[in-house]
Design a protein around this ligand. Structure first.
Ligand SMILES: C[S@@+](CC[C@H](N)C(=O)[O-])C[C@H]1O[C@@H](n2cnc3c(N)ncnc32)[C@H](O)[C@@H]1O
Length: 264
């Protein structure tokens, strides 16, 4: 029994049933330009039509149906059957086709090597203790030259208190840590009921390189608002960016220096 996986499966099933944050399906507006809704940065190019896409840790009826509407051959992997049910329901409503697979992102053994042209992962690596395992599996299932676009919670943001003290935002959690982050009340940053893990920069950036990716671009989606009230999400985000987004390319030659650096 994998306790973290089981815990988070139940937590996300429950969140989906209660329609909590990040369980929203795609909106009518999203479907007007599905690729733009998925990829505001334009990292996936002009079109994903005909591309084999893995939407990883992406259940909920948003990313999967939007990729399908954009013409991709999409497989959604998520640990939560309730989140995947939303993908099936939205796809059925709109006459779209997608493959929804219940699995954990760190074990993609049901897929062959190099099966996907694009892997797209919304914020979700925080729910597994070992992000290196996820990156190794993604590298294996991504075709040489394929793209891996992923979003993550920024480690510093996970260390900092949600509300400021009179001295400002306090760095409360250790950077080097074992086990999940302490539970917190529901907030825009943390999903109550789930077990979440902080992944250090060397695990995120170095982990991608060691798994066989080259990082082509990095974005910090901006949530800062200088006019936001003291202690609000926009105020806190002016001090620390909550998320980080990577564009990584699977290196074609597994014997390259970056690939050799990785020793299991
Ligand atoms: C923040 S949601 C992201 C998806 C959502 N559609 C969105 O737009 O943000 C995080 C997702 O990660 C999934 N998840 C949690 N642990 C997982 C695991 N070990 N393997 C795969 N998915 C997992 C959850 O079930 C949830 O659907």
């Amino acid at each position: 029994m994998n306790t973290v996986q089981d815990h988070n499966r139940e937590a996300w099933d429950d969140r989906a049933k209660r329609k909590l944050a990040f369980t929203n399906t795609a909106t009518e507006k999203d479907f007007q330009n599905p690729l733009r809704a998925l990829d505001g940065a334009g990292w996936m190019g002009e079109s994903v039509a005909g591309k084999r896409v893995l939407a990883l840790g992406a259940g909920g009826g948003r990313q999967g149906p939007l990729f399908a509407a954009a013409g991709a051959l999409v497989t959604v992997v998520d640990v939560s059957p309730a989140m995947l049910e939303q993908d099936r329901a939205v796809a059925a409503e709109r006459g779209l086709s997608l493959n929804a697979v219940a699995a954990s992102m760190d074990d993609l053994s049901m897929f062959g090597d190099g099966l996907f042209d694009i892997v797209s992962q919304p914020v979700s690596t925080c729910y597994v203790p070992d992000v290196a395992k996820v990156f190794r599996e993604v590298a294996r299932v991504t075709a040489p030259g394929g793209l891996y676009v992923s979003r993550h919670k920024q480690p510093t943001s996970l260390q900092i208190d949600l509300k400021p003290t009179p001295l400002g935002y306090v760095l409360a959690e250790p950077y080097y840590r074992v086990g999940p982050l302490p539970p917190v009340p529901a907030s825009p940053l943390r999903e109550s009921g789930t077990l979440e893990f902080l992944h250090r920069w060397e695990e995120l950036l170095g982990g991608l390189c060691r798994a066989g990716f080259v990082i082509e671009d990095v974005l910090e989606p901006k949530h800062a608002d200088p006019l936001a009230p003291h202690g609000s999400w926009g105020h806190r985000s002016s001090y620390v960016s909550p998320y980080i987004q990577f564009k990584a390319r699977r290196i074609a030659n597994a014997n390259s220096s970056a690939a050799k650096l990785w020793t299991p």
